[in-house]
Ligand binder design. Structure first.
Ligand SMILES: [Zn+2]
Length: 383
């Protein structure tokens, strides 16, 4: 343990510099060319066997295998930014914190055994890089995945919602506005779908969200529109129920098409996100580690709000996404102020505390065989 802390003391200033460098040069999802290179070069510098890109355009994977048998632990990095607000979700800090933790654990892993995998996961905000990596079974070689997300508090996890993004495109027949009998309005199909789905809302379980926008409703008032488009997000506490809502909505669209003599196509226009499976054994261990560091971390937040591509990882291997505090509660996520907090004193403290907690969690998972067995047992029971 002392070796890990000594390494951290040596590296903290340097890593604080990386957080700032990425903050000053934000790159959007799937365009993180410079950032993925920067982070993977850090892994190369500290002795990881690294490939960048690995399976996607802007991902990377750094591996360090000790000579002794042991578990394979994954540290997840995010590093994509948002339009307008740069690193308003603080992903610059996630990437650097996970890498620092991995390097700290590497200091002792030759003695205790096991391997470290550092996954560079792009495009969390929009294209679900982890979903793409999970489809390629990238995480399945590992026993456990870990990461910490910046927040206004320390916490050991929160549920997220499954999300299915569906686009309904209605096709009708154009006609002059004064000869509507010759046409069929695609817009009517969209409006009836919208109204039908609004009524459906009352008959689904609490904790679900349905939000939609009409992205094409026709072009001119005196032309019966032959094309109209509506985009939806169907969110639910789990993927099964999100699918249930989608099936209901599909029937409404079918009914609308039938009513007005239209046809429609349906498309998944963005990435499907699974809900995040909570591993309570990991959460309990992380809470204990924070407590040893004199940090009171909040328990798992059971109320799912929002969606994350970490869910895809949590369906493949036991996963924990905790939180590290970089600001007070009055600062909102996805804002310029939140981005600035990543390079504040509190942000640097989060880098220090967060990397230590993640390195310790890795250490405990390797050294405490019963702990790892319990983590895996819980995962098996939940899947
Ligand atoms: Zn985020």
């Amino acid at each position: 343990m002392d070796k890990m802390i000594k390494k951290q003391n040596e590296l903290l200033e340097e890593f604080k510099g990386y957080v700032k460098e990425i903050y000053l040069n934000p790159e959007l999802g799937n365009a993180e060319y410079k950032t993925s290179k920067l982070l993977s070069n850090v892994l190369v510098k500290y002795g990881f066997n690294t490939k960048c890109p690995n399976l996607l355009k802007t991902d990377f994977l750094g591996i360090y295998e000790s000579k002794k048998e042991g578990p394979k632990l994954a540290y997840l990095c995010e590093y994509d930014a948002l339009p307008e607000v740069g690193h308003g979700c603080g992903h610059n800090l996630i990437g650097v914190t996970s890498i620092l933790a991995a390097i700290m654990l590497k200091e002792v892993i030759d003695e205790i055994g096991g391997s470290i995998y550092v996954f560079g996961c792009p495009a969390e905000e929009n294209f679900g890089g982890k979903v793409e990596l999970a489809k390629l079974n990238a995480f399945k070689c590992c026993d456990v995945a870990m990461m910490l997300h910046p927040s206004s508090k320390y916490a050991v996890g929160s549920r997220t919602q499954a999300l299915i993004p569906v686009r309904y495109t209605f096709h009708g027949k154009s006609a002059h506005g004064c000869h509507p009998e010759d046409g069929a309005s695609a817009l009517d199909g969209v409006i009836s779908t919208y109204n039908g789905i609004s009524m459906l809302r009352q008959f689904i379980k609490p904790g679900c969200f349905i939000h939609g926008v009409i992205t094409n409703g026709g072009k001119a008032a005196n032309v019966i529109p032959d094309l109209a488009v509506i985009d939806y997000y169907f969110r639910a506490p789990d993927i099964k129920y999100a699918n249930y809502i989608k099936e209901k909505a599909d029937n409404i669209a079918k009914g609308a098409a039938l009513m007005y003599g239209l046809t429609f196509d349906e498309e998944i226009y963005e990435c499907i996100y699974e809900d995040k499976k909570i591993n309570y054994t990991l959460a309990k261990e992380l809470k204990k580690i924070f407590k040893e560091m004199n940090i009171e971390a909040e328990d798992v937040n059971e109320i799912a709000a929002g969606s994350s591509d970490v869910g895809a990882v949590s369906y493949q291997i036991p996963t924990i996404e905790g939180n590290m505090k970089i600001c007070d509660k009055n600062i909102c996520g996805h804002s310029k102020e939140f981005a600035a907090a990543t390079i504040s004193d509190m942000g640097t403290l989060a880098l220090k505390n967060g990397s230590l907690a993640l390195a310790k969690l890795g250490y405990n998972l390797i050294c405490n065989k019963e702990l790892l067995a319990e983590v895996k047992d819980e995962f098996e029971k939940n899947n």
